[in-house]
Design a protein around this ligand. Structure first.
Ligand code: ZN
Length: 262
């Protein structure tokens, strides 16, 4: 079939125009598509999936159980925070050992005796100074991080030092340049003597489900906590599988604080 040159030219132009339009449409759609795929805000599920930092904390040591715990932490290459007391002199060298392994040593009172430490601010700070001398002897450094026995919102202290004792001590922390920290996951591993490792582990997992963001897990390595090492191994493996990393509390930007009830 004969087609004039002019007509062929028109067909060619029309074909080019159609192709160009097609390309333009494709580009527009693909750019709209890519805009749509950018989320405007993270869904709760996405927030939950963000890797969290886990701060493992151990109160009430050193004790006969600290050495085994340090071994697990060393094997797993995890650094933790130890809130120590002066109650077991035969294990004081565990404080030095923990520090050498890269753990953070912090204050938890020398006697851990509520009726004396919470009887008043003078008694409390005398106790802390005594403990800080012990920490200095073992590590060559003083600590400026404290965890109150029972936590900052404990109410037992009122019986010994009056209703405002915790408010007073918290205010004095600031004057003394001492930071205090509580926890947001409680394994309750010190409530009724020895707690089995699996129960501690399950409480850590359930507790973590209730928290958005980084975790400060409360555990103990006192005399009764014979399962601390085993529980810690399970806890580390679980949270590592979740993509979490572990760190010491001197690297936490905003320390966890409970709220006073009075
Ligand atoms: Zn304690």
């Amino acid at each position: 079939m004969f087609i004039s040159l002019r007509v062929r030219k028109s067909i060619l132009i029309a074909a080019i125009a159609t192709a160009a339009l097609g390309l333009l449409v494709a580009v527009l759609f693909s750019s709209r598509g890519s805009q749509q795929s950018v989320p405007t805000s993270a869904s709760p599920q996405q927030v939950q999936q963000k890797p969290r930092t886990v701060y493992l904390t151990f109160d009430d040591g050193p004790s006969r159980n600290t050495d085994a715990l340090l071994e697990v932490l060393n094997e797993q290459q995890v650094k933790a925070t130890f809130f120590v007391t002066g109650q077991n002199p035969e294990y004081f060298d565990c404080i030095a050992k923990a520090k050498e392994q890269g753990h953070l040593i912090a204050l938890h009172t020398y006697t851990h005796n509520f009726s004396s430490i919470y009887s008043g601010s003078t008694a409390f700070w005398e106790d802390i100074e005594k403990l800080n001398e012990l920490i200095y002897e073992q590590t060559g450094e003083y600590s400026n991080l404290l965890r109150f026995p029972g936590g900052s919102s404990n109410t037992v202290s009122k019986r010994h030092g009056g209703v405002h004792i915790m408010q007073t001590l918290i205010a004095e922390c600031e004057q003394r340049d001492i930071a205090y920290v509580d926890w947001n996951v409680d394994t309750k591993d010190a409530e009724n003597g020895t707690c089995d490792a699996d129960t501690i582990f399950q409480r850590a997992v359930r507790g973590a489900d209730q928290v958005d963001g980084d975790l400060v897990i409360l555990m103990h390595d006192g005399t009764a906590n014979t399962t601390a090492a085993q529980a810690t191994e399970q806890v580390i493996q679980y949270f590592r599988d979740q993509g979490c990393t572990f760190d010491t509390l001197d690297h936490m930007e905003e320390l966890v604080h409970h709220h006073l009830t009075n």
